[in-house]
Design a protein around this ligand. Structure first.
Ligand code: TXD
Length: 318
């Protein structure tokens, strides 16, 4: 049986890590496309030359020709500009919409059967645009944001409580922006509510809430925290890992439940927009959107986040 083929559109910071992780995990052969001549070729050659050391049997090819993505099972899109310090993700909409338009046309015309995972910002708008232009069914076009936002939230909880990250469960909902909704009530350490553990650690409900509020705030601003430190560019290791988890779940039909920017048709009271919600990802892409009850406060935060997504997406006039 032929190896799966993973096409990466964009060979920048995230694209490079995506290629390396795909190779190290032997998920399939890699084709990396970029408009800059030599960049994807150079990165792929560099990673391929590590194969004797790391021992992976996959092919890596860099290209400036969309024809080379033909037959891709999964396409991961990172093409577009990243933020600079002081910028919001939404500030990227104009320039990245133009890039996404050409990218989506390239995917539509050359890899018509692929599953597409969009990473480029502003995420919720870019995935909407990608779906519109490719015309692919929504179960095949999704965005990566929630796996990363949730991972950041989980990391902060593990560090605060001094427990293994493997035992922390935490999730964020909503758009990939300042309005995202870290779900405090459902955050747990092996099922034990994090709020109870914080209360025991600090001896009062007030202090526990204060500590949790700080973690929620840090989660919402976590992308900006990295941008401010790096000065040029934005996070790239963790976004790549997050998208690889989604691609792996699809390629191996794992049916993992991952927070995914998915097209909602009535779920959570939202119709016709891409928003971050928990989804089952398997051989059919977004196989199921998992609904559950939000309390009043969570629903209000979710609605606020959805409104921010709607404003941004509506500004595209699609
Ligand atoms: O979790 C998330 N969704 C994100 C998203 C987390 C962090 C960063 N996120 C966004 O991903 C970020 O705001 C950017 O919009 C994308 C890509 O970030 P990256 O850090 O990889 O940016 P780079 O290093 O600038 O790489 C972008 C590449 C670069 O090599 C360009 O030459 C290429 O995109 N590019 C193109 N490729 C193909 N086609 C076109 N038209 C094109 N234009 C630029």
């Amino acid at each position: 049986m032929a190896r799966p083929k993973i096409a990466l559109i964009g060979g920048g910071q995230i694209g490079g890590v995506l290629a390396q992780l795909t190779a190290l995990r032997e998920l399939g052969d890699v084709v990396m496309f970029d408009i800059v001549e030599g960049l994807p070729q150079g990165k792929c050659l560099d990673i391929a030359e590590a194969s004797p050391v790391d021992g992976f049997d996959v092919e890596l090819k860099g290209t400036n020709d969309y024809k080379d993505i033909a037959g891709a099972n999964v396409v991961i899109v990172t093409a577009g500009l990243p933020r600079k310090p002081g910028m919001s993700r939404d500030d990227l909409i104009e320039v990245n919409s133009k890039i996404m338009t050409s990218v989506a046309e390239g995917i539509r015309d050359n890899a018509p059967d692929a599953f597409v995972i969009v990473i480029s910002n502003p995420l919720d708008a870019m995935v909407t645009l990608c779906q519109k232009i490719t015309g692919f069914p929504p179960n095949r076009v999704m965005g990566q944001a929630g796996v990363l936002d949730s991972a950041r939230f989980a990391a902060f909880i593990a560090w605060e409580l001094g427990v293994s990250i493997k035992d922390v469960n935490a999730m964020t909902l909503g758009g990939h922006g300042d309005t995202m909704v870290p779900l405090v009530r459902y955050a747990s350490v092996n099922g034990i509510p994090v709020m109870e553990l914080l209360e025991r650690k600090y001896g009062s409900k007030e202090k526990a809430k204060e500590v949790m509020d700080a973690m929620v705030k840090r989660t919402k601003g976590a992308g900006g925290e990295v941008v401010a430190l790096l000065k040029t560019g934005s996070a790239f290791y963790s976004p790549a890992s997050s998208a690889i988890a989604m691609a792996e779940s699809i390629l191996k039909d794992q049916k993992r439940v991952l927070p995914t920017c998915a097209y909602l048709q009535g779920e959570f009271g939202v119709d016709g927009y891409y928003v971050g919600v928990p989804c089952v990802l398997g051989a059919n892409g977004v196989e199921k959107i998992i609904e559950f009850t939000l309390d009043e406060e969570e629903q209000a935060m979710f609605d606020n986040s959805v409104n921010a997504v709607k404003n941004l997406v509506d500004s595209l006039n699609l």
